[in-house]
Design a protein around this ligand. Sequence first.
Ligand code: COA
Length: 155
Amino acid sequence: MNVSFTKYNEEFLAKSYQWLSDAEIKYLTNTPPITRHSQKEWFQKLPLRTDYLIWGICKDGEPIGAVGLKHIDSYNRIGEYFGYIGEKRFWGMGVGKLMISFIEAKAKELSLSTLQLVVRTSNHRAIHLYVKSGFAVDNHSSNEPSDFITMTKTI
Ligand SMILES: CC(C)(COP(=O)(O)OP(=O)(O)OC[C@H]1O[C@@H](n2cnc3c(N)ncnc32)[C@H](O)[C@@H]1OP(=O)(O)O)[C@@H](O)C(=O)NCCC(=O)NCCS
């Protein structure tokens, strides 16, 4: 499968606005409301940030999504995986597995030892992928009923 990970540039920024405006993707990724202006401000600050990294995903050269690490904490050697395929026709084709492998390699380059992620309990496709990729439900997660679970993987 010809999938590549590349610099998250203005083209991805414009696509992300469309992708994250889609109600289903917005819900699954728990994205807060965004405007073009807030998105642009966020994009301009990206190069200055050490706690956040994002890459664009291409399939046969076409932008299809984004993946990254947030809350990077070098002292505690932990970071939070996030990612989405915005072009829905590419869901369920194994791209998700490649996204996790890519981020795992990046996390190792950063000398992180733990990957964490937060996922909706109703997002069965994503949870299936995460379990298959070696993530387990974090036992330290709150026992309170919640729409979200935290999962971790030691890398
Ligand atoms: C989550 C996401 C990145 C997964 O990527 P993907 O390329 O679609 O996933 P993959 O094809 O690699 O793997 C999906 C797995 O889940 C399985 N699956 C698909 N639908 C499922 C469902 N409803 N219930 C359980 N498992 C399901 C697939 O069979 C596959 O498992 P397999 O490899 O054992 O056959 C992608 O679907 C996506 O971007 N979804 C929208 C945004 C989102 O949910 N992001 C994650 C927020 S935490």
